[in-house]
Design a protein around this ligand. Structure first.
Ligand code: ZN
Ligand code: ZN
Length: 374
């Protein structure tokens, strides 16, 4: 896979490439998925990343996946991602090299890569708000090269990687890089799901399903899943939804009112990210309830204060902090949480273009998460 190349096009003026030179003067190469502007991507040769800071680790990817966020990037919705960027922010791998200041990881360690990079030292990290780390946050596959590649450089390795216990199912753990902590922290914890409470989740994609799985830690009385895709609703039913509503063919507001004795629900989790679904949440929340937004919104949505001002509700927003990753890892290890259910398709990493095609046509392909193996 990785070869010592003797390609003449490598210029040694670039620091990363200069450091990458082997004794024969040629950079080590790898394959990676590169974003080339809206609608354009390719699986191509790139220089293998190298340690730039003593706190970095170089990780060889074993398994990675594609996120809904990557599709937004591909559409050009995330302008900070510039052409030439290797995308991807989820995965598991093996430490190939650890920088001199990395004390918790060494070559050969199996690691889970968090989608959020945290320095562990800044004001936000000290508060457990890693998503807003002054030197990190969501940078992988966004502001720096990411995980849809044979190798990735992980800054602040000590606080941004997690050890994978021996004998673990590593595929199941890929779900811990992003979607499980996102569904849990932004949806379930912010939504204050309680024993015996009522929950509606708008959006039955991977994130909505991750919220559905982790909401059940708290034994709510009802979890109502709402989505226009019948296949995804059937999956939700298997994952523990008490009721399902197809809002393409049914009136979700009326149905939720019927199911809750006209009270509305205690928690509504928005797991789509468009104005219509955020507005729907406002019609489903009961008095004293919480709307927990998880969706990535690209447009403003209307807030119906003329109805909600006297309704004692709370609206929360959050970028996942991944502070619950160690706890969620234990729940997977102990089989309290079966995250593998979210995986529907497998590809070799080199077939990532086909994997994108499948993931982009999720309804047609009945796809949730795809696993790419290096
Ligand atoms: Zn993601
Ligand atoms: Zn920090």
């Amino acid at each position: 896979m990785t070869t010592i190349a003797t390609s003449p096009e490598i210029k040694t003026t670039d620091l990363s490439q200069a450091q990458n030179n082997g004794s024969d003067g040629a950079a080590k190469k790898m394959k990676a998925l590169v974003y080339h502007g809206p609608g354009k991507k390719s699986w191509e040769d790139k220089p293998r990343p190298v340690i730039l800071e003593p706190t970095d680790a170089l990780v060889k990817i074993l398994k990675t996946t594609i996120c809904g966020t990557d599709l937004h990037i591909m559409k050009g919705d995330v302008p900070e991602v510039t052409p030439g960027r290797i995308i991807g922010h989820e995965g598991v791998g093996i430490v190939e090299e650890a920088g001199s200041a990395v004390s918790n990881f060494k070559k050969g360690d199996h690691v889970l890569i968090s989608c959020i990079t945290s320095c562990g030292k800044c004001e936000y990290c000290k508060k457990g708000m890693y998503s807003h780390c002054e030197k990190g946050g969501w940078v992988l596959g966004h502001l720096i090269d990411g995980t849809q590649a044979e190798y990735v450089r992980i800054p602040f390795a000590d606080t941004s990687l997690y050890h994978i216990p021996e004998g673990s199912d590593e595929e199941a753990l890929v779900m811990l890089s992003d979607i499980l902590p996102t569904g849990f922290e932004c949806g379930v914890l912010n939504g204050k799901v309680q024993p015996g409470s009522t929950v509606a989740i708008v959006g039955s994609g991977p994130i909505g399903l991750a919220a559905l799985l982790t909401a059940q830690f708290y034994s709510p009385a009802q979890i109502i899943m709402i989505d226009p895709d019948d296949n995804r609703l059937q999956t939700a039913k298997q994952f523990g939804a008490t009721e399902i509503i197809n809002n393409g063919t049914e009136n979700a507001v009326e149905k939720v009112q019927q199911l809750t004795n006209n009270k509305g629900v205690d928690t509504v989790i928005e797991a789509v990210g468009i104005p219509a679904t955020f507005e729907l949440c406002q019609s489903l929340v009961g008095a004293g309830g919480t709307i927990a937004n998880v969706g990535v919104h690209g447009k403003s949505a209307e807030l119906h204060l003329e109805k909600l001002w006297a309704h004692n509700i709370t609206i929360t927003t959050r970028l996942v902090d991944t502070v619950t990753t160690p706890m969620l890892l234990k729940t997977i290890q102990s089989k309290k949480l079966d995250s593998k259910q979210l995986i529907t398709h497998h590809f070799a990493l080199g077939d990532i273009i086909s994997a994108y095609d499948t993931f982009q046509n999720a309804a047609r392909e009945k796809a949730l998460k795809v696993i790419l193996t290096n």
